[in-house]
Design a protein around this ligand. Structure first.
Ligand SMILES: [Fe+2]
Ligand SMILES: [Fe+2]
Length: 322
């Protein structure tokens, strides 16, 4: 969510870019993430350009976060880069998924053709993301979507892949919609975000039931929503996901970062363990590194989860990472 108001000097941007790109070769991943979150809050095409340079990196985790941030910045100058990432069949599917989701977040009708093209992608998460992004862009540009935008719906500042369901429905009704695999994912996501906005233990239980789904995309979004809510009530469900080595990397990654944002004492040994486990996938290990940094941030009383010290960017830390 761009909230930066003060102009940023070229020198300052250059410094952030060089931390993000690790030009010195000695920058830790979590510092690179902090630089990225600072850049994300600079409402300027120069920040889009700086972030876009990071797609040459080797870390899928970093690159998927670049795509997420470009979507949240909602600047159309990012569209060509995001389309290229989605088209790149050599790119990690998690990164391509996030590029498609970012196209949905920016919500330009000009992205409809590329998203349509990849609804038949071999990777299920990419396919499903394209379907949801198409539905979102169509919704945003419909009279219903325009009326929806004029009202304030949620305390969460993220641009979500789908809007919460309109009417105030009961948790039990929303749960049925959430878990109904015959419904389009866009509709199931609408129930998901409505349950997030309700946020009671019953709503959280309903969301946790979603971890039984077969769609990695759907499960990773549940973990993301838990990260946004930052309610210690969800820790047991998230730990189960992190520890399950048959679970998809993107789901475990999202669980790790949600746990880092919740930052209770009991999550720390698990994040440390999976950060250090040589048998863990790279995405899981790196996510735990970021999660440990988020954990420390949460406990430190710092003003923002970002790099660049004095800049007042107002990031909501628990929702900082995708
Ligand atoms: Fe994602
Ligand atoms: Fe993510």
């Amino acid at each position: 969510m761009p909230v930066e108001t003060e102009p940023v000097s070229d020198a300052e941007l250059q410094k952030l870019e060089s931390v993000l790109l690790n030009q010195a070769g000695d920058v830790s991943l979590h510092r690179r993430f902090r630089a990225l979150f600072t850049l994300r809050n600079i409402d300027d095409d120069r920040a889009v350009q700086a972030i876009s340079k990071g797609f040459k990196d080797e870390s899928a985790l970093l690159k998927h976060e670049l795509a997420y941030c470009l979507g949240q910045m909602k600047r159309t100058s990012a569209l060509p880069m995001l389309s290229d990432v989605l088209r790149n069949m050599h790119e990690d599917p998690m990164v391509r998924h996030e590029a498609a989701e970012a196209l949905g977040a920016i919500s330009s009708p000009s992205s409809l053709p590329v998203l349509r093209q990849y609804t038949s992608d071999p990777d299920r998460a990419v396919r499903e993301t394209c379907e949801i992004a198409l539905a979102k862009i169509e919704f945003d540009n419909s009279p219903e979507g325009q009326a929806f935008r004029e009202k304030e719906h949620s305390e969460f500042t993220s641009i979500d892949p789908a809007p919460p369901s309109e009417q105030r429905e009961e948790v039990a009704t929303l749960r049925v919609k959430l878990l109904d695999t015959k419904q389009p994912l866009f509709m199931r996501y609408r129930a998901m975000f409505a349950l997030r906005d309700i946020g009671t233990p019953a709503a959280l239980d309903a969301l946790a039931d979603g971890f039984g789904d077969t769609s990695d995309l759907f499960k990773h979004e549940i973990a993301f929503v838990f990260g946004q809510l930052s309610d210690p009530y969800t820790v047991p469900a998230l730990l189960k996901v992190l520890q399950k080595d048959t679970e998809a990397d993107m789901v475990r990654h999202e669980a790790a970062e949600a746990l880092g944002g919740i930052a209770t004492d009991d999550v720390l040994p698990h994040l440390r363990e999976w950060n250090a486990r040589p048998d863990a996938p790279r995405v899981v290990r790196e996510s735990c590194e970021i999660a440990l940094d988020m954990w420390e941030y949460e406990r430190s009383g710092e003003l923002e989860y970002a790099d660049g010290g004095e800049r007042e960017t107002g990031v909501v830390p628990a929702a900082a990472a995708a």
